[in-house]
Design a protein around this ligand. Structure first.
Ligand SMILES: NC(=O)c1ccc[n+]([C@@H]2O[C@H](COP(=O)([O-])OP(=O)(O)OC[C@H]3O[C@@H](n4cnc5c(N)ncnc54)[C@H](O)[C@@H]3O)[C@@H](O)[C@H]2O)c1
Length: 259
């Protein structure tokens, strides 16, 4: 279990959910992991939990706001001071902003893009100079199946997630000659607090939960660990020719035309 031995990884939004699962899986594979998270207390608790569960794990929690370029630059510097240059960046932090386009406020639009698209660029911008200089690096952007498909009333989240795929492809091409790979993962429904919050916001949360479980052909939703396994693969030396790509993790849902 040393597929990431010697690597330094920074994972945004790693305090809980998919980001925490990725941080856990990276540490289990031997990477030193920086948990760059808005909620400093959650990040610290998750970092401690990983260190306790995984002998020899090297973790560092850094309170980080991905909407602020300076905050991400500082996190990358802290990572470098603690463990060395960042080899792997996972831009995972994201928020749901689901609204009707014409009643949505300008603030909703800006909030969504600040985290879900600017946040990804800010992360890339902070690590790319070092990766380009060292001619090595793997960036993994957590997109969504909303990057390809639209659910009415979920505006503008899919617009930002479409942008994440565009950013992934553009940067993947731009820095391919420098051996920096930029890929995306597009999860379908994954059971995290974000999903529970969405169910709880529906008029009948239990009916919403059941309906969600019926959507994928596999008749279940995904687990954060199932996204983490793919992130480990993309971060590792097992994926040296995978670049500017997106791997969908949705149990086949987006390939389904209809039942
Ligand atoms: N859960 C799903 O079904 C699902 C599906 C597709 C895509 N995604 C994407 O996966 C990613 C993680 O989702 P999740 O379900 O684990 O969400 P989550 O809400 O459980 O966790 C997100 C984490 O990001 C942190 N965060 C939020 N804003 C931040 C900021 N400005 N700076 C730093 N950290 C910040 C939060 O504090 C939280 O710890 C998101 O990009 C989301 O869009 C999730």
């Amino acid at each position: 279990m040393n597929r990431l031995a010697g690597k330094v990884a920074l994972v945004t939004g790693a305090g809980r959910g998919i980001g925490a699962a990725i941080a856990r899986a990276f540490a289990a594979e031997g990477a030193a992991v920086v948990l760059a998270e808005l909620d400093g207390a959650t990040a610290a608790a998750t970092a401690r939990e990983i260190a306790n569960a995984c002998e020899g794990a090297r973790t560092l929690a850094v309170q980080t706001d991905v909407t602020q370029p300076a905050s991400l630059r500082a996190a990358v510097q802290e990572a470098q001071r603690a463990f060395g240059p960042v080899d792997v960046l996972v831009n995972n932090a994201g928020i749901n902003v689901f609204a009707d386009p014409l009643t949505m406020t300008d603030d909703d639009w800006r909030r969504c893009f600040a985290v879900d698209l600017d946040g990804v660029w800010n992360g890339c911008r902070a690590v790319l100079p070092g990766m380009v200089e060292r001619c090595a690096g793997s960036i993994i952007n957590i997109a969504s199946t909303h990057a390809f498909q639209i659910i009415p009333g979920c505006f503008p989240y899919p617009v930002a997630k479409h942008g994440v795929i565009g950013l992934t492809r553009a940067l993947g091409i731009e820095y391919a000659p420098k051996n920096v790979r930029v890929n995306a993962i597009a999860p379908g429904y994954i059971e995290t607090q974000l999903t529970h919050d969405w169910w709880n916001a529906q008029p009948d949360p239990e009916a919403a939960r059941k309906a969600t479980l019926e959507l994928p052909p596999m008749k279940r939703i995904g687990r954060p660990e199932e996204v983490a396994m793919t992130a480990v693969f993309l971060a590792s030396d097992e994926a040296p020719f995978i670049n500017a790509s997106c791997i969908t993790i949705d149990g086949g849902r987006t390939a389904l035309h209809h039942e």
